[in-house]
Design a protein around this ligand. Structure first.
Ligand SMILES: Cc1cc2nc3c(=O)[nH]c(=O)nc-3n(C[C@H](O)[C@H](O)[C@H](O)COP(=O)(O)O)c2cc1C
Length: 337
């Protein structure tokens, strides 16, 4: 029996961030061995080989739900094909003032301006080390708000070095709309310089640890075709291992008139579905099968997951759809593929 609709009704009557923290607090102990049975789902194997990794199924948890990596075992028990945690920054930071998360149920959407609130990389790695989950783990890295733009690359390199030994892949998040100046790293020389520096450090780390860990770049949906395809060309030029499309959107056209529409931040869920599928198609025109695309944005059914795969994605991730539908969504998508 699917109890999630009842749980959701109860949670949706409360403040979104309170509900989020309450759920994560409970998931952190539900993930422990004696309790895992309460949340375990048997998901059929639908393996995908990508970036030298075997994914047991193509449905992953998107970054931002478990920013501190505190509930990896719980999400593992639910049957995700892979789990991405973070975004983590070098130092702990509080993020933006509350309220900073808003539900738009009429649109199956969320607006957030969390601002990379997290406990910092030491606490993050403590959690990652303690996990018993054996599946595919992506670690998503960012920069501190207080780090000036001219030193941003140092934050990314520092995080890359720290997470490298524990990650199956590392995601470089340059697409959050909630850290001032971050999205500028998607363009021009800032982008090229960042990619060069990351690849150089990856090569040093792969010799040091005798293990190659793929680097994946996460991009925004708020770009035109020319900008997306310029990114694709630079990803190829720098031999980047993968790309995640997309993060949340700053566009509000589809939710105009909603009482939360004008809240600053990134909009996720159904309103970002078309935008992100479009970005995947544009990327795929240039990348073909040379660099894998992980599709994310508005996936809330098997049909919307297939839309991303048909546009050129090899894997998908879910966040807002998971909040609205619960763990059953993983099963629904995987069964239908
Ligand atoms: C509350 C919230 C927090 C998020 N935090 C992060 C984050 O820290 N890092 C990141 O890469 N993406 C973050 N995201 C973006 C999601 O990972 C995802 O790319 C986006 O929401 C689109 O997918 P969806 O429509 O399935 O939610 C966040 C999304 C939400 C709703």
């Amino acid at each position: 029996m699917n109890v999630y609709p009842c749980i959701r009704r109860w949670l949706f009557n409360r403040d979104p961030e309170w509900s989020h923290e309450f759920t994560l607090r409970h998931l952190s102990w539900l993930g422990r061995k004696p309790f895992q049975g309460l949340i375990r789902q048997q998901i059929v194997e639908k393996p995908v080989d990508c970036m030298g990794i075997r994914f047991p199924n193509p449905v992953g948890l998107a970054a931002g739900l478990d920013k501190n990596g505190a509930c990896i075992d719980a999400f593992g028990a639910m049957g995700f094909g892979f789990i991405e945690v973070g975004t983590v920054t070098p130092e702990a930071q509080p993020g933006n003032p509350r309220p900073r998360m808003f539900r738009l149920p009429e649109h199956h959407a969320i607006i957030n301006r969390m601002g990379f609130n997290n406990e910092g990389i030491d606490a993050f790695l403590n959690n990652v080390r303690k996990r018993s989950y054996k599946g595919v783990l992506g670690l998503n890295i960012g920069k501190n708000k207080s780090t000036p733009e001219e030193h941003a690359i140092d934050d990314y390199l520092y995080c890359l070095e720290r997470v490298y030994p524990f990650a199956d892949y590392v995601t470089v998040n340059i697409s959050s709309p909630n850290t001032p100046g971050l999205r500028a790293f998607q363009h021009g020389s800032q982008f090229s310089d960042l990619l060069s520096a990351l690849k150089k450090r990856q090569s040093e780390l792969s010799s040091q640890f005798s293990r190659y860990v793929p680097i994946v770049i996460k991009i925004a949906p708020d770009m035109d075709k020319g900008q997306v395809q310029e990114i694709a060309r630079l990803l190829l030029e720098h031999n980047i291992d993968g790309v995640i499309a997309t993060n949340t959107t700053i566009d509000r056209e589809s939710v105009a008139g909603h009482k939360h529409a004008e809240e600053a931040g990134g909009l996720s869920g159904l309103p970002v579905r078309q935008l992100s599928t479009q970005v995947i198609s544009w990327l795929h025109e240039i990348l073909g099968d040379r660099i894998p695309i992980i599709g994310v944005g508005g996936i809330d059914s098997a049909e919307s997951a297939k839309e991303k795969l048909n546009a050129g994605a090899k894997l998908v991730q879910i966040y807002t759809g998971f909040i609205y539908q619960g763990p059953q969504l993983i099963k629904e998508i995987v069964n239908d593929l």
